[in-house]
Design a protein around this ligand. Structure first.
Ligand code: NDP
Length: 448
């Protein structure tokens, strides 16, 4: 509940104007609740109406995407790009292809991305985009034709110094390849206008691993600071089995943990002694099979067809890496009863508002996605630097840079939360730190 009158009125206006955008309102409220505690110290923010300006995206682009499927039928989808904030640099954020995509989800993701990018200390603004197109079950040619049609509109709004898209749910290297190739052709501009590209044409090493690895570096540093321990011998649950989940699990195992459960949108697998990640990679990375297929290769695992039941197992570290609002109050309660040490978000806003409140009430460490999953955008920033210099860095160099930026980011957040005597409240630290960075840039650039 907000206390400050100015924040209350901004949030009331936001809710009235965006009545049905539940995800966007959830993300905004979460930020405002942190700012509520400090806003009285900074009267000039109210005077310059910083909050209302921060809550309003700079630009929203919505467009029709028409394309032909393999049966020569004409299909129509809706495309979006929300260019939320460019105060700190060109807009930057992923593209999501998933049937659930709507304006509320795009706006919440672009809002979160703005604050995430500010935390990384890279000079990047925040954006997000995508379409309600479902790549599942589509042929490569259908995905290519859709991606080209999508870019035939989006190209005029993006560019290496304007807005640089990357991947997200349903958009991996293949889709980026189709979109980048078409962008290059119609713009006659061979630059790094996308990140997450293939290595043969300007992509960076470690981009694929970046979000999952970065998440583990962040968690490792949190655990060292608060519990004088790391991943070694810990039991870990990772939800999802896509890009973020697979590489979070890989790094957790490399750091000495056992990953005991993973999931997809149809169910989960659990194995007490630890999952064999090679099997997950085999069924998920190239073939997109259902996670149940894991049982064909390992009969010691068990399967359940309710994905959220994954949180009922006892673990030390919970890493939701699938999608928004996948970890609810009931799941949080199970984790708390099982003495979980930390819930760290690989996905964007995977923990519901009520679940976050509960975790905080029970003093469970909680690493919010806007900080913990920033590894992807960090390596995207490094990919942009490599494209500009036309020079490719080694895996080791990029990985070690990612490692140090994630750990330093945690310490900056921790210093902020300590300054306000909320040492363990990393959500508060991340929100206040990133808010100040953006608010100060806004003050310095005048009323725009
Ligand atoms: P992918 O499409 O590669 O993977 C998503 C995974 O989540 C799939 O295994 C999917 O299963 C599963 N899933 C979807 N819904 C549920 C559910 N309700 N319960 C359990 N599993 C589910 O996406 P990414 O890994 O790229 O992204 C995952 C999350 O991480 C998103 O929130 C994204 O915004 C965030 N993120 C991604 C970054 C990146 O670099 N890719 C960077 C920062 C954040 P199925 O195959 O059945 O759909």
């Amino acid at each position: 509940m907000l206390k400050n009158e100015y924040l209350k009125s901004c949030y009331r206006a936001l809710s009235q104007r965006n009545e049905h955008e539940t995800e966007f309102l959830q993300a905004a409220l979460e930020l405002l609740e942190s700012v509520d505690i400090i806003i009285d110290e900074y009267p000039h923010y109210e005077k310059m109406n910083i909050i209302e300006r921060i809550l309003e995206p700079e630009r929203i682009i919505q467009f029709r995407v028409s394309w032909m499927n393999d049966k020569n039928e004409v299909c129509v989808n809706r495309g979006y790009r929300v260019q939320y904030n460019s105060l700190k640099g060109p807009y930057k954020g992923g593209l999501r292809f998933h049937p659930s995509v709507n304006l509320s989800i795009m706006k919440f993701l672009a809002f979160e991305q703005t604050f995430k990018n500010a935390l990384t200390s890279l000079s990047l603004g925040g954006s997000k985009g995508g379409s309600d197109f479902d790549p599942k079950g589509k042929s490569d040619f259908e995905i290519m034709r859709f991606s080209q049609s999508f870019i035939s509109e989006l190209y005029r709004h993006i560019g290496p110094d304007v807005d640089i898209p990357a991947g997200d749910i349903g958009v991996g290297q293949k889709e980026i390849g189709y979109m980048y190739g078409y962008y290059k052709k119609i713009c006659n501009e061979i630059t790094g206008a996308f990140t997450g590209k293939g290595k043969r044409y300007g992509g960076s090493l470690v981009r694929k691993e970046a979000t999952g690895y970065g998440l583990c570096y962040f968690v490792d540093e949190v655990l060292k600071t608060f519990h004088d321990t790391g991943f070694k011998d810990k039991k870990v649950i990772v939800s999802g089995s896509g890009n973020v989940a697979i590489y979070a699990a890989e790094k957790a195992i490399e750091l000495g943990a056992q990953v005991i459960a993973m999931s997809d949108s149809s169910g989960y697998i659990y194995k007490r002694g630890g999952i064999d990640l090679d099997i997950i990679k085999k069924i998920k990375e190239n073939k997109s099979e259902r996670i149940k297929a894991y049982l064909d290769e390992d009969d010691k695992a068990t399967y359940g067809n309710t994905p959220s039941d994954i949180w009922k197992y006892k673990c030390d570290i919970a890493m939701p890496c699938a999608t928004q609002n996948e970890l609810d109050y009931k799941s949080a309660l199970k984790l708390i009863n099982n003495n979980v040490m930390i819930v760290a978000e690989g996905a964007n806003m995977p923990t519901t508002y009520k679940a976050v409140e509960l975790l905080k009430k029970h003093n469970v460490l909680y690493a919010p996605g806007k900080a913990a999953n920033a590894g992807g955008v960090i390596v995207s920033g490094l990919e942009m630097a490599q494209n500009t210099s036309r020079y490719a860095w080694s895996f080791k160099r990029i990985d070690s840079k990612l490692d140090s930026i994630m750990r330093e980011m945690f310490h900056e957040i921790h210093r902020t939360s300590k300054r306000y005597d909320r040492e363990k409240d990393l959500l508060f630290g991340a929100n206040v730190l990133s808010f100040h960075k953006i608010a100060k840039a806004m003050m310095e650039q005048g009323v725009l």
